[in-house]
Write a protein that binds this ligand. Structure first.
Ligand code: NDP
Ligand code: GDR
Length: 374
C-alpha cells in the first residue's frame, strides 16, 4: 500500500529553525507549507535553495503570506493546507528587543500560539493535526534549579519569556482540555551559520571574521559572564519532528547538558581563526557584570580582535545561567547531541570568514563593502 504523503505547516519558515526544519521534512518526503511575512525586501535567503517555481504543479514546498497576529489569515491557511503537523516556530525571538516591543511580542509570541490552536479547533482538526510549540529555556529565567529539566519551575525574566510562558501553558491546556496532540519543545539556545546576526554567537563569529580581514575595528558586547547551553540548530529540529511522532504528546527539554560563557565563546572563535584577543581594563559592576573592557588599539596588530563592553547591550533583567538536563529526551526520543560547541564554533566562524572574504574582495575592487558592527 502506498503511504499518503504527510503535510506539514511551518510558521517562521524564513527563520533559522524554519529553514533547517523545512529541509529536514522535505528530505523525509513531506509536503511542506511555510508561512512568511510580507517584507519590503526579500526575506527568504535561508530557504531560497528549497524554492520551487510557483508556476509548476505538484510542488512539495509552498509559501503563504501570513502573520501570527492575524487569525483570519491563519484560519484560512490551515483550512486550505489541512496539515498533519504544525510547527509553530514564528516569534519575535530576540530577548533584548522584547523589552522595546513588549506588546507586540505578547501578541505574536503569546496570543499567536492561541490563534493557531483555536484555528485547529474551529476547523475541527483536533484529531488530525499535531501541534509543536517552540518553547524556550528562557522560561527558567531566574533559575530555581541547576540543571533545568521538565519539572523545574519557571521564572521568566523578559517580555519575550513571559509571552512564551503563555504559549507554553496554552499548549498544555489545549492538550488537556480538547485531547489535542500538542506539545512543547523546551529548547535551549541553538545556533548555526544561519543564526540571526544580532544574537550573541553569530555577532561574535561574524565580527571576528571581519576584524581578521580588516573590515571591522572591534566587537562591542554586553554581559560576557552569561552562561549558556549551546547546541546546533540542525540537531535540534530533528527533535522537534520526533516529538510529533510519539504515541502520546509530551513536553521535552532539548539541551546538550554542557555550559559555557559568552567570554569562552569569544575565545573559542578567535582561536579558530588564530587571531589574538585583546581584553583590557576590565571592571565589574555591583551585580558582577564586566563593565569596561577596552582594547587599546595602539597596542594591537591588524587582525587582533578587540572586545569592548558596551552597557547598551545589558538587559533590564538578565538570565545569567542556563544549563539543561536532556535525560528525558535521551530516554524517550533517543536524543544525543551530535555537535560539540567547538565544532559549532568552527562551522560558524568558517562560514562567516567566507562571507567576509567576499566582502573584502568587493572592497579591494573599489566598492564600498557594507559595514555595520552591531
Ligand atoms: P528566528 O528569529 O530566526 O525566526 C523567527 C521566525 O519567525 C522568522 O521566520 C520570522 O520572520 C518569523 N516571525 C516573526 N514574527 C512573526 C509574525 N508576527 N508572524 C509570522 N512570522 C513571524 O528564530 P529561530 O529560528 O532561532 O527560533 C525559532 C523559534 O524557536 C522561535 O519561536 C524562538 O522563539 C524559539 N526558540 C529559539 C531558540 C534558539 O536558540 N534559536 C531556543 C528556544 C526557542 P522574518 O524572517 O520575516 O523575521
Ligand atoms: P538569548 O540569546 O537571549 O539567550 O535568547 P542571545 O544570543 O541574544 O544572548 C545570549 C547571552 O549573551 C549575552 N550578550 C549578548 N547578547 C546579544 N544578543 N548581543 C550582545 O552584544 C551580547 N553581549 C552579551 C546576553 O545578555 C545573553 O545573556 C536566545 C533566543 O534565540 C531566544 O529566542 C531563545 O528562546 C533563547 O535563546 C533560548
Amino acid at each position: 500500500m502506498v503511504e499518503k504523503q504527510k503535510v506539514a505547516l511551518i510558521t517562521g519558515v524564513t527563520g533559522q529553525d524554519g529553514a533547517y526544519l523545512a529541509e529536514f521534512l522535505l528530505k523525509k518526503g513531506y509536503k511542506v507549507h511555510g508561512i512568511k511575512r510580507r517584507a519590503s525586501l526579500f526575506n527568504t535567503d535561508r530557504i531560497d535553495h528549497l524554492y520551487q517555481d510557483p508556476h509548476v504543479d505538484n510542488r512539495n514546498f509552498v509559501l503563504h503570506y501570513g502573520d501570527l497576529t492575524d487569525s483570519t489569515n491563519l484560519i484560512r491557511i490551515i483550512q486550505q493546507v489541512q496539515p498533519d503537523e504544525i510547527y509553530n516556530l514564528a516569534a519575535m525571538s530576540h530577548v533584548a528587543v522584547s523589552f522595546e516591543t513588549p506588546e507586540y511580542t505578547a501578541n505574536a509570541d503569546g496570543i499567536g500560539t492561541l490563534r493557531i490552536l483555536e484555528a485547529i479547533r474551529i476547523l475541527g482538526l483536533e484529531e488530525k493535526t499535531r501541534f509543536y510549540q517552540a518553547s524556550t529555556s528562557e522560561l527558567y529565567g531566574l533559575v530555581q534549579e541547576i540543571p533545568q529539566k521538565e519539572t523545574t519551575p519557571f521564572y521568566p525574566r523578559s517580555p519575550y519569556a513571559v509571552a512564551k510562558l503563555y504559549g507554553y501553558w496554552i499548549t498544555v491546556n489545549y492538550r488537556e482540555a480538547y485531547g489535542m496532540y500538542a506539545c512543547n519543545g523546551v529548547l535551549f539556545n541553538h545556533e548555526s551559520p544561519l543564526r540571526g546576526e544580532t544574537f550573541v554567537t553569530r555577532k561574535i563569529t561574524r565580527a571576528i571574521a571581519r576584524i581578521a580581514l580588516g573590515l571591522q575595528d572591534c566587537l562591542h558586547l554586553g554581559n560576557m559572564s552569561a552562561l549558556r547551553d549551546w547546541g546546533h540548530a540542525r540537531d535540534y529540529v530533528e527533535m522537534q519532528w520526533l516529538m510529533l511522532q510519539q504515541d502520546q504528546p509530551e513536553d521535552f527539554v532539548i539541551a546538550t547538558g554542557v555550559q559555557y560563557s559568552v567570554r569562552q565563546f569569544v575565545e573559542f572563535a578567535t582561536a579558530e581563526l588564530g587571531v589574538t584577543l585583546a581584553f583590557e581594563g576590565e571592571g565589574v559592576d555591583e551585580v558582577g557584570r564586566v563593565t569596561a573592557v577596552s582594547g587599546d588599539k595602539a597596542k594591537c596588530k591588524v587582525g587582533d580582535v578587540i572586545v569592548r563592553v558596551d552597557p547598551r547591550y545589558f538587559r533590564p533583567t538578565e538570565v545569567e545561567t542556563l544549563l539543561g538536563d536532556p535525560t528525558k529526551a535521551k530516554e524517550k526520543l533517543g536524543w544525543t547531541p551530535k555537535t560539540t560547541l567547538r565544532e559549532l564554533v568552527a562551522e560558524m566562524v568558517q562560514s562567516d570568514y567566507a562571507d567576509a572574504r567576499r566582502d573584502s574582495l568587493v572592497k579591494l575592487a573599489g566598492f564600498q563593502a557594507y559595514d555595520y558592527n552591531e
